[in-house]
Design a protein around this ligand. Structure first.
Ligand SMILES: [Zn+2]
Length: 418
């Protein structure tokens, strides 16, 4: 499996200038190639082969006065730029034809000098790892790297990134073998929420750290300072970097936290089951900030990636499973419950339930059932979750993205303000 390993790098002033020149040239080549491909498509619906494209926008362009400066940077970075355009087109076509799953991918767009994030890539021919720990980049030189951890194998490419807060990173693509951990018999269902981040079926509670909410005051002050600076001034550029740095800090802290949580869950459990949340739908509501701050999609992606790497299983159960309405002890549906009901007692068996813990237990049961069904085995005893779609519980599931049924009137107002 291919993984990315990113490290902070510290280019010297001269290397920064060389990098800036290379970012610029790679961008021009990318945009020129995109212009040619667009024109060819418009003229006769044809696709220019990559080789011909590279000859036109690199080799031949270098000989013209308008593009002679292309000769001053690494040709490998320029060729990678054209290959990236190829990949962008392929992703678009695969997305249109349905070969690629996930959210739709648009046509490639032109890059700009003003883009927040500048990047360029070197293939295996464009970089070398020195024995003194420095990273040699073609036509740029030996750059110091902060090796926060060791590279597990020889990388196949490196992407150099300049982020909006002015930091440089080297991101290596490495091919590694999955390292399966010793098999465990623990399985866990997780109910994700906003007031509490997650409740696990074993009773563990993960508090919501709300990184953005905590940093909001500082961010607002930085943003206000930026809005007062004259357009195009040096002070404005400085203030913009300050805002970017504040945002980067929030994002970094959140990512670090998510990595720690997901690593722990993967280490301790053989299988992890989650509910499929409509994150994009929720992110359009007034909960948007909190939903983005929670980073549920990243949480799920990290779990899935780590599960593939360490030989664990992550199961996602359907969005409309009535996990909060069914008693996890006896399996009898108890009807919808508004969100302010945190505790309830089952009318059939008399068990009293914590709402979230009960949901987590139902997610575990539904996930197990799904997994056993997928394996062709019988559904384990004691699993009595109705598989038919039932009326969705008031409040926890928004109706976005659903077809064929009118939104329930109460559903839109059931979520308490945070
Ligand atoms: Zn019951």
């Amino acid at each position: 499996m291919r993984l990315r390993y990113s490290y902070r790098i510290c280019p010297t002033v001269g290397q920064r200038q060389a990098l800036a020149r290379t970012f610029g040239c790679a961008r021009v080549v990318y945009n020129d190639a995109l212009t040619l491909r667009k024109a060819a498509w418009k003229a006769d619906r044809s696709r220019i082969p990559t080789g011909a494209l590279a000859k036109a926008v690199i080799t031949d362009a270098k000989k013209t006065d308008a593009r002679s400066w292309l000769g001053s940077v690494s040709v490998d970075a320029l060729q990678s730029s054209i290959r990236d355009l190829d990949t962008a087109y392929r992703n678009f076509f695969d997305s249109v034809s349905g070969k690629r799953s996930g959210r739709p991918v648009g046509l490639p767009v032109f890059k700009s000098r003003k883009d927040n994030r500048q990047s360029l890539r070197f293939s295996r021919n464009g970089f070398r790892l020195r024995s003194n720990g420095k990273l040699n980049l073609a036509r740029i030189g030996d750059v110091r790297v902060k090796w926060s951890r060791a590279l597990p194998a020889d990388p196949s490419s490196v992407t150099i990134v300049l982020d909006p807060s002015g930091r440089y990173f080297a991101s290596f693509v490495v091919d590694v073998e999955p390292q399966h951990l010793a098999t465990l018999d623990t399985e866990v269902g997780i109910d994700l929420g906003l007031s509490i981040y997650a409740v696990c079926s074993d009773g563990t509670v993960i508090d919501n750290p709300r990184f953005l909410r905590k940093a909001e005051k500082k961010l607002k002050a930085a943003q206000r300072a930026l809005s007062r600076k004259a357009k195009g001034s040096k002070n404005r550029a400085k203030a913009r970097r300050k805002v970017a740095r504040a945002h980067a800090k929030v994002a970094d802290t959140r990512m670090d936290w998510l990595h720690k949580q997901t690593t722990r869950l993967i280490r301790e459990n053989q299988a992890i089951y989650l509910e499929d949340l409509n994150v994009r739908g929720l992110a359009r509501t007034r909960l948007a900030k909190s939903v983005h701050d929670a980073g549920w999609s990243t949480f799920r992606r990290l779990l899935e990636e780590k599960a593939a790497r360490y030989g664990r299983h992550v199961g996602v159960i359907g969005r409309y499973e009535p996990t909060s309405q069914v008693c996890s002890a006896c399996g009898v549906p108890d009807g919808p419950k508004p969100l302010n009901v945190r505790m309830w007692t089952c009318g059939a068996c008399g068990t009293s339930h914590d709402r979230d813990l009960n949901a987590a237990r139902n997610i575990l049961a539904a996930g197990r059932a799904d997994r056993l069904n997928a394996c062709g085995g019988p559904v384990g005893p004691g699993v009595a979750i109705p598989r038919r779609a039932r009326p969705v519980e008031t409040g926890t599931h928004r109706n976005a993205g659903r077809t064929g049924r009118k939104p329930r009137a109460a559903g839109a107002t059931g979520i308490p303000a945070l």
